[in-house]
Ligand binder design. Sequence first.
Ligand SMILES: *[C@@H]1O[C@H](CO)[C@@H](O)[C@H](O)[C@H]1NC(C)=O
Ligand SMILES: *[C@@H]1O[C@H](CO)[C@@H](O)[C@H](O)[C@H]1NC(C)=O
Ligand SMILES: [Ca+2]
Length: 310
Amino acid sequence: MAQRVHLLLLSEIFFLNLIRFSSQKDLNFVYSGFNQGSIHLDGVARIHNPDGLLQLTDDTALQKGHAFFNRPFDFCSSDEPLSFSTHFVCALVPKPGADGGHGTAFVLSSSMDLTRADPTQYLGLLNMSSNGYQILAVELDTVKTAEFDDNDSNHVGIDENSLRSVVSASASYYSDSEGRNKSLTLLSGDLIQVWIDYEGTLLNVTVAPLIINEKPSKPLLSRNINLTAIFPARKAFVGFSASTGTLVSYQYILGWSFSTSSNSLRSLDISKFSAVLIPMGSNHIVVQLLVLLCYIVILGNYVLRINTCG
Ligand SMILES: *[C@@H]1O[C@H](CO)[C@@H](O)[C@H](O)[C@H]1NC(C)=O
Ligand SMILES: *[C@@H]1O[C@H](CO)[C@@H](O)[C@H](O)[C@H]1NC(C)=O
Ligand SMILES: [Ca+2]
């Protein structure tokens, strides 16, 4: 009997520790390639082994994919100014010969269960009624949807419980070396990095191609957001959502760093990123073969010319 009580006590201590662990304020992680362990996936989202590439959508129509870190960002204690920072690298790869959609979003959500959300223009985040949803998202939107007052099919927006963004702008970044804004094509298959920084009440969003080494000194979007008003329970899961409609694209996350304080945000190790940014479709193979053929012809000419010169 005594032993049993002892065991109960032990398991209780263990349980209490788990609770304490799961509600601790600091959340700090970095993935330069994903492993299944602490990532919750649903829909068509999957992690490719062994390279750890996170794929949110493939070329299946009308699908959504979600990936959440399985422990929530907890902002219960209000004594410190609320903050978080995240940096991730994504790729939105068009299907050859087709217009692509619909887009990828970084999301804070009161629940990891977004199964009732719709694909297509809802990005797997919300649905037509969207009652009771608590969501803050940063969308990389590649389709112009009139219903949500989209200005173009290549924009970044901040969404608060609605896909009608509170603020949005055509994808671009400030080039510090050139001292001007430069536009950026989201649906290009190129690796794109995104920084989202929140401190006090200000949310900043910055995007740039991967070739830019430093975060641009000026954000693309900067907006006052009241996080505790969106999440009264002061808790949110962080992750990604993406969708396809009749327009499809392959949407990937290659690396992701998150921290509840900006000075402890760890850097991504680009050298560990997956090299396989896969299925570009048969057209792509044809293109690759053509390129190879060109190389052979050019090389052949070169060799011939050397021979004739000699
Ligand atoms: C957001 O951007 C503004 C303007 O560049 C800057 O003053 C502020 O410090 C930034 N805040 C965060 C949290 O990055
Ligand atoms: C660059 O883009 C930012 C963000 O959209 C905007 O506020 C700023 O006015 C632009 N600067 C120039 C020089 O166009
Ligand atoms: Ca939009």
